[in-house]
Design a protein around this ligand. Structure first.
Ligand SMILES: O=C(CO)COP(=O)(O)O
Length: 244
């Protein structure tokens, strides 16, 4: 049985004053029947460790240490109190030229430091409109997920690039098609592939969460904008609990 997961990705947002949001969420959801993961900017990880949620980084370097100014290793995230790290987010693939091989190396670094990786994949609008969605997903799954992945160390996030921050959401049938495809690939490749969680991400809101969580093989959400405010994230967590 896969436990449902509500994950928030704060991206490059959040100052110490915004931690109040997380304390409000903690008051409302400390006894949640689902897992909750928050990925604040790295500067806030240390200030989040007293919260009743899992805490994650948003990126890590593939190497364990060294001359990489401005980068953060997986071991540093773990040392600061994180248990998870997002790898291969489309914003990093686009802004920093990360390839599938980079994402696989970062995910392996996460495992080596004892972190779970939330590995992101998803097609662009052009790829969807030209009928390439499933082949892009196949390529990303094959290239971004290390052979050492398991349900214990890996969560997959399907985030169509065109749905991120746009208010556009695939139809439920489109989400279902991609999640079923990912599930089939995971079970074919990994002995515990049926236990790996697959999150949907891209313009998830309180108003569409229940419908999305009703789709087969959607084990939760990776939420950007709507995770920044307690009043926006809270209904998503509640919808996930109701679907569990
Ligand atoms: O990129 C996302 C989460 O990683 C999704 O962002 P939005 O929820 O803001 O669309």
């Amino acid at each position: 049985m896969r436990r449902k997961l509500a994950a928030g990705n704060w991206k490059m947002n959040g100052l110490r004053a915004d931690l109040a949001t997380l304390h409000t969420l903690a008051e409302r959801h400390s006894a949640a029947q689902v897992d909750i993961l928050l990925c604040p900017p790295a500067t806030l990880i240390g200030a989040c460790t007293d919260l009743p949620f899992a805490i994650g980084g948003q990126d890590c370097h593939p190497n364990t240490s060294g001359a990489h100014t401005g980068d953060i290793s997986a071991a540093m995230l773990a040392d600061a109190g994180a248990s998870h790290v997002i790898t291969g987010h489309s914003e990093r693939r686009a802004d920093h030229g990360e390839t599938d091989a980079t994402v696989a190396a970062k995910s392996q670094a996460a495992y080596d430091a004892g972190l779970q990786a939330v590995i992101c994949i998803g097609e662009t609008l052009n790829e969807r409109e030209t009928g390439k969605t499933l082949s892009v997903i196949d390529q990303q799954l094959a290239g971004s997920i290390p052979d050492s992945s398991s349900a214990a160390n890996t969560i997959i996030a399907y985030e169509p690039v065109w749905a991120i921050g746009t208010g556009k959401v695939p139809t439920l049938d489109q989400i279902g098609e991609v999640h079923a495809h990912i599930r089939a690939r995971l079970t074919a490749r990994f002995s515990d592939g049926d236990d790996m969680r697959i999150l949907y991400g891209g313009s998830v809101k309180g108003s569409n969460a229940a419908d999305i969580f009703g789709v087969a093989d959607v084990d939760g959400a990776l939420v950007g904008g709507a995770s920044l405010k307690a009043d926006d994230f809270s209904p998503i967590i509640s919808a996930l609990e109701a679907s569990a």
